[in-house]
Design a binder for this molecule. Structure first.
Ligand SMILES: O=C[C@H](O)[C@@H](O)CC(=O)C(=O)O
Ligand SMILES: [Zn+2]
Length: 278
């Protein structure tokens, strides 16, 4: 497991490209037949890319002593969205079929969790985030139609987009996790602009549906010390609570965001006026 520590913003602003990437950028998540795991100390979120091929992949029972529990979800919850071909997730004997763009919430206490692809030649790609949890809420599948959408931005400002909120209090109860998928309208390439911070919650951004030549410049840092990460397909940016998180692409892309922290108030964002950015 890849472990990432928390940084003070005064430290982060001194880093060069390699230092920024080592701390805040997660390389391509999916390898057929494998499960990748990155543990960030920001709200103790585990970022996973699960790509089963011919055989099923199981959540590890002993997470390399990282969680210190007898199985991974003993004191954790997990949310995921499938961005690959059709597949299924089996949770303590219950099988849930998940087509592309379909999401699943797995509550605290799920012991035996395994992931399968219907066709190894077109494998499922389960993008998952897990956070510590204090209560057990029911297993729930969410389609994009069942999500809670909000539309923001405009074509004139190149930031027209729809935010499909899958794990959100209007859709289901969770302990900490909020998760959704944002799609940009044709011709719009700026996400999350004007940018914001929310010192109450960390966030992860998983960029996908990108052509190999497309890059997203993902902006991070405090509003007066911005930095960027160059993102390619199926990579993740870790956004500490003090950081902005916004991006512009050289081609089309979508992304899945996930948050954990003090509250579950999606609207609780501190917007930064563009004239205050440095
Ligand atoms: O705190 C909220 C998250 O940053 C995202 O939901 C924002 C987003 O998808 C967007 O504005 O495009
Ligand atoms: Zn945010």
């Amino acid at each position: 497991m890849d472990i990432r520590y928390s940084l003070h913003p005064d430290h982060a602003k001194s880093l060069d490209t390699t230092g920024l990437r080592d701390n805040f950028h997660v390389p391509p998540l999916f390898t057929a037949g494998e499960m990748s795991m990155t543990y960030t100390h920001e709200d103790r979120v585990i970022i996973m890319g699960i790509c089963p091929a011919a055989t099923a992949l199981e959540l590890p029972s002993d997470v390399e002593n990282v969680t210190g529990t007898s199985y991974m979800l003993e004191r954790r919850e997990l949310g995921l969205i499938n961005v690959g071909g059709p597949g299924s997730v089996e949770v303590d004997g219950q099988t849930v079929a998940l087509d592309t763009q379909e999401g699943l919430y797995i509550g605290k206490g799920a012991r035996d969790v395994s992931f399968s692809s219907d066709d190894a030649a077109n494998p499922a790609k389960f993008y998952a985030n897990s956070a510590p949890a204090h209560a057990s809420y029911p297993l729930k599948k969410v389609t994009i139609e069942e999500s809670s959408p909000v539309t923001l931005g405009a074509a004139e400002t190149n930031n027209e987009r729809t935010i499909y909120r899958y794990l959100h209090p209007d859709v289901m109860p969770t302990c900490q996790l909020l998760m959704g998928l944002t799609k940009l309208a044709t011709g719009s390439n700026w996400n999350t602009f004007p940018p914001h911070t929310h010192d109450r919650r960390m966030e992860t951004y998983f960029y996908f549906d990108m052509a190999p030549e497309t890059v997203v410049f993902h902006f991070m840092g405090t509003p007066d010390e911005t930095r960027h990460l160059v993102m390619r397909n199926e990579e993740v940016a870790i956004s500490p609570p003090w950081s902005i998180h916004s991006g512009a692409g050289t081609g089309t892309y979508s992304f899945i965001w996930c948050m954990a922290g003090e509250n579950q108030t999606f609207e609780d964002m501190d917007f930064i006026a563009p004239e205050d950015l440095r």
